[in-house]
Design a protein around this ligand. Structure first.
Ligand code: GMT
Length: 385
């Protein structure tokens, strides 16, 4: 079976979650999966699978280095793992710096060791729409994409955005994100729910890394509108730069007692199922994996109509989409669902059905086919040398 190196961010964020869930699923299919990153990936902690390996990238601390040289250390580690574990390919999630380090490792492996290890890059979002556009990074992103053996993007929006922003000539395959619909299924969460909403209040839920583009404070603005009509609670899961501002706003708007910040919690089917509505008021979102996991648990989503969200959340069917910042409208959409049980149940069913279209079992073969075709191409290239 193939030996696959997966490079990802290990932190609380969608790209790392996708990479980790992909690796776990590949390992269950018999592939040998090597995670190469600076810390144990967030969703890998509980995994006991003999096909999964974790290689920590060590960062040499030399006084001359005012800044840590992670990209280089990662490239060196990739060379090492590829050589000694016999990797067949490297799958880099998020272009910066992973695709660049992958390229460097590939060149070293070939030129110094005669080993050909293709690099596949999966684009996730801000590596293209935000940070990748920084003048100091943009040339590297473009170069690393053009030198990847295959490039995928998690939404059609992101494919188009990449073409437009970076003017790359290479093919970019759209492989959408996925959800394990067995693990994320509607679950009896009455006990958990009663802890957060003991008097039968409606429950709104938001999960994110609280970066400014997630617009977490907008969830509080939505709550403030909703509680004028009916009792409700807002659960905030995750942590990040805007958590304090979100809490401050809750106090300013007089709704702090209805907001519960849970911090970085494992996102489980039970937690998601405890909610009536999932909120995703992002400024930019290439896909919205958190929304897909909520939908898989039968939770309708109220979100902004930005980026790739409309490819996941169907307006008027599995949730509602509003203009960025239009928290009044988002609150009205919440109330439309919260005050009409039949409507909520219909949306909940459609949300689950929609999530089934992104089931892991449907998407995983797309990555497996891609791996095969990249390796076939490699064999042809090596033979023609
Ligand atoms: O691009 C990012 O902001 C990082 C990334 C992450 O690690 O959280 O999120 C992106 O990748 C996810 C998985 O593919 C997508 O579901 C998110 O929509 C996307 N985030 C953005 O585009 C802001």
């Amino acid at each position: 079976m193939l030996r696959i190196g997966i490079v990802c961010y290990p932190t609380y964020g969608g790209s790392g979650v996708v990479a980790t869930e992909l690796g776990k699923a590949l390992a269950r299919r018999g592939y040998q999966v090597h995670f190469i990153t600076y810390a144990l990936p967030w969703r890998l902690e509980a995994v006991q699978d003999s096909n999964i390996f974790f290689h920590e990238v060590e960062l040499p601390n030399y006084p001359l280095f005012e800044f840590q040289l992670y990209s280089l250390a990662l490239a060196g580690k990739l060379v090492d793992v590829a050589r000694y574990e016999g990797l067949d390919l490297i799958h880099a999630h998020y272009a910066i710096p992973h695709a660049v380090s992958g390229f460097l490792a590939k060149q070293i492996l070939w030129e110094h060791h005669g080993i050909s290890v293709p690099v596949i890059t999966t684009l996730h979002g801000t590596d293209i729409t935000l940070v990748g556009l920084e003048p100091s990074f943009a040339p590297l992103v473009r170069f690393s994409l053009e030198h990847s053996d295959a490039v995928t993007a998690v939404s059609k929006f992101l494919v188009e955005k990449t073409r437009h922003q970076f003017q790359v000539n290479c093919p970019i395959e759209h492989i959408p994100n996925f959800v394990d619909t067995h693990a994320f299924a509607p679950t009896d969460a009455r006990t958990l729910r009663a802890q957060f909403a003991p008097n039968g209040e409606a429950v709104l839920l938001h999960v994110s890394n609280f970066r400014p583009l997630k617009r977490a404070p907008d969830t509080v603005r939505i709550l403030a509108e909703v509680v004028q009509v009916m009792p409700a609670k807002l659960l905030l899961v995750g942590d990040g730069p805007e958590r304090s501002e979100t809490e401050r706003l809750a106090r300013e708007l007089g709704v702090a007692e209805h907001v519960r910040c849970l911090g970085k919690q494992p996102v489980t089917a039970e937690l998601l199922s405890a909610a009536d509505v999932f909120l995703l008021p992002s400024q930019s979102e290439s896909f919205g994996l958190a929304a897909l996991e909520a939908m898989s648990c039968g939770v309708p989503v109220v979100a902004t109509s930005v980026g790739g969200i409309p490819e996941v959340v169907l307006h008027g069917e599995t949730g509602f989409l509003a203009e960025l910042g239009d928290t009044e409208r988002m609150a009205r959409y919440c109330l439309e669902l919260l005050t009409n049980r039949r409507k909520w149940e219909h949306f909940s069913r459609r949300a689950r059905q929609r999530a089934l279209e992104f089931d892991l079992a449907r998407i995983l073969p797309r990555y497996e086919q891609l791996y095969q075709s990249v390796l076939e191409q490699r064999a042809l290239n090596v033979r023609s040398l």
